[in-house]
Write a protein that binds this ligand. Structure first.
Ligand SMILES: Nc1nc2c(c(=O)[nH]1)N[C@H]1C(S)=C(S)[C@@H](COP(=O)(O)O)O[C@H]1N2
Ligand SMILES: [Mo]
Length: 428
């Protein structure tokens, strides 16, 4: 039918609907207007009526629990730290259950060598002495009178990731089991530089000893430069007081530096012009090298990344689009880029980084992947703002030998099997 042959009635309908739309905008909806809305996708459905199961019999109760002063997770969500039986305290963060960058405080990993001391904040004090003009003791209240600073950053145990320091890892490992000794919190405290100005450091001061109040009396030597840079005496964690397991009422926070040096329950700082060579930095936390020497005071955590979804023990239900998601971090500064490979490291493509990208902080990355259904090997590779590239396990073993005990930041891999099972390692 040619345009000229179009019946008048159709023309009339077009005109009528135009007028109707205008009148609708004017707020005068007539019978014709209703017809247009009926055929439109913009029609709003009735809101769903709550079913008896959804409706709460008592609006003051959630999940049948009475309203409480302190909340709890949905009973459908059960993220848990995994607690190991090794001597001392170790618990690991369930990285595979987390979104974004923050670790909920009750899921922050724990590493303590002789239990968690119970410290009444009224009895707490921090002594700063040694090569200072005015030795001083600060109560917790004293610490809180100074201007505070807040920083979101990760803490990672230097021993994290040992399970990945091999070319033949156990395939039945979750992100928590491989790399669960890393967590990220928002920390609040007083800059150590402020306290150092208060006590007046002598000109030759270059190191200080940090000592904990727990039964292990953890002691580490730290260069004073770190204090002038960004060290905190932290008393806040994710908006509340620091957790007992994280060092209540105060800990040393050294953003980007190995977990062990972040002395918890800190009670004493002894300022000096040389390191103290404590057992925590000579027999432990120094890295044996291939040539028989050891690297000592290897404080900075190198760039690292880990895909946390998909991962063991989850299973991909079907081929098609899946989001690959994970976290990347570097003790040197910001993450600049994370590359993802879905073919075992032959081709790499940049992932999207989720804002905000903060220095010395975990950064969430994501990459959309169309899984063909064939076996695939997923890898991620972090590059930080200094240009440092996360190495392969072969590269780390070449540089440090196979007996290295700390700083295992090599590229991690997951193998996706044709049946959708996800296993740890490239050769799984
Ligand atoms: N006083 C004291 N500080 C300590 C420890 C300890 O046992 N005692 N453990 C260290 C180790 S080995 C690590 S990895 C970090 C762990 O911090 P977190 O338990 O808050 O995660 O704290 C460090 N600070
Ligand atoms: Mo540690």
């Amino acid at each position: 039918m040619s345009k000229r042959d179009t019946p008048d009635t159709d023309e009339g309908n077009v005109r009528k609907s135009k007028i109707t739309r205008r009148s609708l905008l004017a707020g005068a909806a007539g019978a014709a207007g209703a017809a247009i809305l009926k055929n439109s996708t913009a029609t709003a459905d009735e809101p769903p009526t709550p079913s008896p199961q959804q409706a709460s019999p008592d609006p003051t109760k959630a999940y049948g629990r009475p309203a409480t002063p302190v909340g709890a997770r949905s009973t459908f969500e059960r993220p848990e730290r995994s607690v190991s039986n090794s001597p001392g305290g170790v618990s690991r963060t369930p990285l595979q259950d987390l979104n974004g960058m923050i670790t909920p405080s009750d899921l922050h990993f724990e590493r303590h060598h002789a239990g968690v001391p119970r410290i009444d904040p009224a009895d707490y004090s921090l002594l700063i002495h040694g090569m200072v003009e005015r030795p001083m003791k600060f109560s917790l209240d004293d610490l809180k009178r100074f201007p505070s600073r807040t920083q979101i950053c990760f803490i990672e145990c230097a021993g994290n990731g040992g399970a990945a320091y091999t070319t033949t890892p156990n395939p039945q490992r979750s992100p928590q089991q491989v790399d669960g000794l890393v967590s990220t919190s928002e920390w609040t405290g007083v800059p150590l530089a402020t306290l150092f100005r208060e006590v007046g450091l002598s000109d030759d001061a270059s190191w200080f000893l940090a000592e904990g109040m727990d039964a292990s009396v953890m002691t580490r030597s730290i260069p004073t430069d770190k204090a002038w840079d960004d060290a905190l005496i932290a008393y806040g964690q994710n908006g509340e007081a620091i957790r007992p397991e994280q060092g209540y009422p105060a800990r040393l926070l050294l953003p980007g530096w190995e977990g062990n040096a972040n002395v918890k329950w800190i009670r004493r700082i002894d300022v000096s012009d040389r390191p103290f060579m404590t057992r925590w930095e000579t027999s432990k936390y120094s890295d044996p090298l291939a040539d028989g020497t050891a690297r000592i005071f290897s404080f900075t955590m190198d760039a690292k990344s880990l895909i946390t979804s998909p991962c063991y023990p989850s299973v991909l239900r079907a081929p098609g689009w899946w989001q690959i998601s994970g976290v990347a971090w570097s003790g040197r500064g910001k993450i600049d880029r994370v590359d993802v490979s879905t073919d075992g490291g032959q081709r790499w493509e940049p992932a999207e980084l989720e804002d905000p990208v903060l220095p010395k902080c975990q950064t969430r990355f994501r990459y959309l992947w169309n899984w063909s259904g064939d076996e695939a090997v997923l890898m991620s590779r972090a590059v930080d703002e200094t240009g440092y590239v996360q190495p392969t396990v072969e590269q780390v073993q070449q540089a440090r030998g196979v007996f290295s005990r700390y700083h295992y930041n090599s590229i991690r891999a997951w193998t996706v099997k044709p049946d959708g099972a996800v296993l740890f390692g490239a050769g799984a």
